[in-house]
Design a protein around this ligand. Structure first.
Ligand code: HEM
Length: 228
């Protein structure tokens, strides 16, 4: 019987995690404060102030994320370009969702292969939302739409993204062995592999292989893109 080993790999840098949690917390606060603005007449000025302050904090975290696109690691812009080899994992992800999580999760390194193309689109929508928020009361129009209408439409997309994103990351964490959510907290993910030639105690397997489904073995390095 082959022994299962676990490799503990840093996939998310501290700066990526910082920008993620500021944007995540900020977006959730913006949704709550926008709701309060529409319902709490007595404290409308209070909620508007905090909505504007949080919008500017999100803008700074977004600027940090843009800067990170040009640094090595999983935050690099090249990480958002899907590779041919990831196509198989994307199909496996679709099967995982369609089978209501009965099909095994595929292997991936940092970003989930199916969600990978969604993140840049999300960031563009977020940028549009911040800009239309800053110009909310201006007379600017975008394809005939005033800024407040554009802001509302983009918020709808962000709310939909947030619901699906949070639900799916919890589902991946529940069904997978990679500790995906805690990786977004401490940076490290677990990679399970089977190999006989692990150098005991070093934590670095001679033959680097990760096994998620217990039925197939795949090299950690083969799913890790070379961004460094
Ligand atoms: C409890 C709430 C949340 C948890 C636990 C969480 C967790 C995660 C995890 C585990 C990943 C990596 C996903 C992957 O494998 O592809 C991720 C990525 C990401 N999350 Fe969240 N997330 C949360 C809320 C949010 C919210 C509210 C937003 C924005 C609306 C957001 C935006 C993103 C983005 C844009 C990425 C891609 C990271 C990048 O490369 O910049 N997350 N999140």
């Amino acid at each position: 019987m082959q022994q299962e080993n676990i490799r503990y790999v840093l996939v998310w840098s501290v700066w990526l995690r910082l920008s993620h949690w500021i944007i995540a917390g900020g977006v959730l606060f913006q949704i709550a404060s926008a709701w309060a603005l529409a319902h709490d007449d007595a404290n409308a000025a209070f909620w508007l102030d905090w909505h504007l302050i949080t919008g500017q904090i999100i803008l700074m975290a977004f600027a940090l994320r843009v800067v990170l696109l040009f640094f090595p690691g999983s935050s690099n812009w090249r990480a958002f370009i899907p590779e041919r080899s990831q196509l198989q994992a994307m199909i496996q992800m679709i099967k995982f969702y369609l089978s209501l999580a009965r099909f095994p999760l595929p292997n991936w390194y940092a970003h989930n292969p199916l969600w990978l193309p969604v993140y840049p689109v999300f960031y563009l929508v977020l940028a549009g939302c911040v800009i239309s928020g800053l110009l909310y009361n201006s007379s600017h129009v975008f394809f005939g739409n005033p800024m407040y209408e554009l802001h509302g439409a983009l918020v709808g997309l962000i709310v939909a993204f947030s619901i699906f994103h949070i639900a799916t990351v919890f589902l991946h964490d529940l069904k997978g062995k990679g500790a995906y959510i805690s990786a977004m907290v401490n940076g490290f993910r677990y990679f399970h592999y089977t190999g006989l030639d692990d150098k005991a105690g070093s934590g670095l397997p001679g033959k680097q292989s990760a096994d998620f489904s217990d039925k197939q073995s795949i090299s950690v390095d083969s799913i890790k893109k070379q961004f460094d």
